[in-house]
Design a protein around this ligand. Structure first.
Ligand code: TUI
Length: 308
């Protein structure tokens, strides 16, 4: 079954959880545009998270979900709020959500963990996940090792739940490839950064729009939290410090708040501009609705071409 049928939405697309970016307003805008919007709990206090869920309900009548970033220091509280508020869909990132799955399911939520590896897909499927989002290393933010092309079919072979493909998908050709691999739907993040509705600083949008194919890099490989960002002064400084084995605390000082500096201040030198490898093919600022329609239309063109 396609993801849109599974969730009762128009398009088979889910928005990425994007900490500090995916506000109630943005999630509602994505849902109103026909995909599944998510409130990203990363960077939110439990109070702000709860308010955001309630506000989102006033902004859309369509289904929406939340993303719980599992490295969040108050993850237990965030997880409890998601259950209390009876959100329709919970996605997770940056960890193993197995211990939270029973409570979420009891609340009626559909649970879609984002996983970067086959082993974790098996763990969460066994723990009761309704689907998994297999996210390749092309994506922005916290990444695993495998590419979407290698990961998605191996996850599909390993679990019996539906699989959503994520990482490296920004146009109809890539959407067609994801469906060809057997995915039931697609999660997009980077291409939504360049939407009119996305609430990031204009400098962040410009940085994505002008990025080329080789303009992302992965920081934090040596510290165990690899994060794909646009290359800038901050990223270069971080990579230099990693090579020199600078103490972790000093490196954390550097990254502390750097995503917020990118999102809210548009700090071109000091911000962490998380973005996927497809930033190099996102050249136009579009309304969300147009992004989703063009993904579907592009997919239809590719399908027709393949069947000729
Ligand atoms: O989570 C994401 N993407 C993210 S989270 C994020 S916020 C952040 N900021 C700085 C450092 C770290 C996070 C920005 N982007 N995608 C899903 C994802 N999950 N990617 C990788 C993982 C992952 C990694 C290791 C999931 C589980 C895991 O295993 C650890 C375990 O506990 O088994």
């Amino acid at each position: 079954m396609r993801l849109n049928e599974l969730l009762g939405i128009e398009f088979p697309f889910i928005q990425g959880g994007m900490a500090n970016i995916a506000t109630a307003e943005f999630a509602a805008a994505v849902s109103n545009a026909g995909a599944l919007g998510l409130i990203g709990a990363g960077g939110m206090s439990p109070e702000v998270f709860q308010d955001s869920i309630r506000r989102c309900r006033t902004l859309t009548e369509k289904p929406f979900g939340v993303n719980i970033m599992l490295m969040h220091p108050q993850v237990e509280q965030l997880a409890a709020i998601a259950a209390q508020e009876k959100v329709a869909v919970v996605t997770t990132g940056a960890g193993d959500p197995a211990r939270f799955i029973p409570a979420w399911k009891e609340s009626g939520a559909k649970v879609f963990p984002v996983i970067p590896a086959v082993a974790l897909a098996k763990v969460v499927a066994r723990a009761g996940a309704d689907a998994v989002i297999a996210e390749g290393t092309e994506s922005g933010g916290h990444v695993g090792e495998l590419t979407t092309m290698a990961l998605v079919p191996q996850v599909i072979d390993a679990v019996s739940v539906p699989v959503v493909a994520a990482g490296g998908i920004a146009d109809g050709r890539q959407a067609a490839a994801a469906f060809a691999l057997g995915a039931c739907g697609i999660q997009v993040g980077t291409c939504l950064l360049a939407s009119e509705e996305c609430p990031i600083h204009p400098n962040y949008k410009q940085a994505v729009l002008k990025a080329g194919a080789n303009d992302t890099t992965v920081t934090g490989r040596s510290t165990g939290a690899p994060v794909r960002v646009l290359k800038n002064k901050m990223a270069r400084e971080y990579l230099r410090m990693e090579k020199k084995d600078v103490p972790l605390e000093e490196m954390e000082q550097l990254t502390l708040g750097s995503l917020r500096k990118a999102v809210f201040d548009g700090d071109v030198d000091g911000g962490s501009f998380m973005a996927g490898q497809v930033a190099g093919m996102v050249h136009e600022l579009r309304p969300l609705r147009q992004i989703f329609e063009e993904l579907m239309a592009g997919y239809a063109v590719v399908r027709k071409g393949l069947s000729e």
